[in-house]
Design a protein around this ligand. Structure first.
Ligand SMILES: O=C(O)C1=C[C@@H](OP(=O)(O)O)[C@@H](O)[C@H](O)C1
Ligand SMILES: C=C(OP(=O)(O)O)C(=O)O
Length: 410
């Protein structure tokens, strides 16, 4: 599906959007619910990544295909490895077969798990035969993906003696690890995170508990970008959010304040208001703790004609696509002056956006969603626009409700 995106000029946006639940919180809670059936989940995400996780958790023997879902791949690896009697082939999309998983498999094997590589060494697909693990302490590199650590932490309370993890190197995407630990805490599962060591204590049973998933802050980022590029006085009400979020991407509130977007809480909603022009003409931002915001922020800066230096992007090359390369290619098509390294992105200010460009999305939902806001400046085409369903299936429908003109083109 190819979509042409545009929006009326000189028009103030005034609308309300309900965004689906956080996919990160949802996939953690689904795994925990499989271990502790007393858990009830509200506002579960309707993302593809969450549907494949739900489906995968129902299987004990046979093949589980998690498509593009990184969290499902990593979390289910730990789950099936520790589920006695499980005999599973865990596979995914062709891109998933290029996303490394050796750090997690090595850690599980050293704890006593029985896992084989069925394709290339170090990558999915995996053959997993679940069994009780023998050890309860392990060290592993923490600088490649926090998902390996969260995967181990999620199964940790179900292990006889819990788990102690010693993290090696600079810990990346830390808020996602804290999210995992905070959800465990909310369920009454004791844990500690001090320095480079995390300890989770064993828990046989969790009392019945309702957990409400907060809506997805990474999904909210596209609306922040829209407001940053919109007329002064524009307003959007997004729900349902919490002032004390578990999601690191809630840092958006601070980042976009510099672009003239103010955030205020009204009950369970956030009101975004475009209060004025951007306060800065250059943005320096380290995204080690919020890597999923990189594409949104780079495109916002481009649309605002602001230069930026984004750092801490070392995980972007192993996500849904090589996001640094994808950003470089697509922003260049639009007239952007961009340079990237393995962990940084530098954008020079541009005064014009090339019109009539079709953006390639590389099987990456965030490529499609991050570039859509530019429709406020010039009509833009998004190729393979259906990719958004990985995290936000109603994205295009929601853009229509805030007065974007979205048409399918051939
Ligand atoms: O644990 C999670 O839910 C996630 C962790 C992050 O991955 P990395 O730790 O690989 O950066 C993030 O990019 C991803 O979208 C979701
Ligand atoms: C990186 C992402 O997801 P995952 O790693 O879970 O596929 C994402 O949603 O941006």
């Amino acid at each position: 599906m190819k979509l042409s995106i545009s929006a009326p000029r000189g028009h103030q946006i005034k609308a309300a959007v309900t965004i689906t639940g956080s996919k990160s919180e949802s996939n953690r809670l689904l795994l925990l619910q499989a271990l502790y059936p007393g858990i009830t989940i509200e506002n579960l995400s309707n993302a593809d990544d969450v549907r494949v996780m739900q489906k995968g958790l129902q299987v004990k023997q046979g093949e589980v295909d998690i498509h593009h879902a990184g969290t499902a791949m990593r979390f289910l690896t730990a789950y099936f490895a520790t589920l006695e009697g499980a005999d599973i082939v865990l596979t995914g999309s062709s891109r998933m077969k290029e996303r490394p998983i050796a750090i997690l498999v090595d850690a599980l094997r050293r704890l006593g798990a029985d896992i084989d590589y069925l394709g290339n060494e170090g990558y999915p697909p995996l053959g997993l035969r679940g069994r009780a693990l023998e050890l309860n302490q392990i060290s592993l590199p923490a600088n490649v993906s926090s998902q390996y650590i969260s995967a181990l932490l999620l199964v940790a309370p179900s292990l006889k003696e819990g788990l102690i993890l010693d993290l090696e190197g600079q810990i990346t995407s830390v808020p996602y690890i804290r999210m995992t630990l905070q959800l465990l805490e909310e369920l009454g599962i004791r844990n500690e995170f001090t320095g480079q060591r995390i300890r989770v204590y064993p828990k046989a049973k969790v009392d019945p508990k309702l957990v409400v998933v907060e809506s997805d802050w990474s999904s909210a980022s596209y609306f922040y970008s829209i407001l940053a590029l919109s007329e002064e006085g524009s307003e959007l009400l997004l729900s349902s959010y919490k002032a004390n979020s578990l999601q690191g991407d809630s840092v958006l509130q601070n980042i976009y304040a510099d672009f003239g977007v103010e955030t205020s809480f009204e009950g369970h909603s956030i009101r975004l208001t475009k209060v004025g022009k951007a306060q800065i003409n250059h943005l320096d931002c380290d995204l080690t703790e919020a890597p999923d915001l990189a594409q949104t922020i780079a495109v916002s800066c481009f649309g605002l004609g602001i230069s930026c230096t984004l750092t801490g992007l070392h995980t972007l090359k192993i996500k849904e696509t090589d996001r640094l390369l994808a950003l470089e290619k697509e922003l260049t098509k639009l007239g952007g002056k961009i340079t990237t390294t393995n962990s940084t992105l530098q954008l020079e200010p541009s005064d014009e956006i090339v019109s009539g460009v079709a953006i390639d999305t590389y099987n990456d939902h965030r490529m499609a969603m991050a570039f859509a806001p530019l429709g406020l400046h010039t009509p833009i085409t998004i190729n393979d626009a259906g990719v958004v369903s990985k995290s936000y299936p109603y994205f295009w429908k929601d853009l229509k409700t805030i007065s974007f003109d979205i048409r399918e083109v051939s």
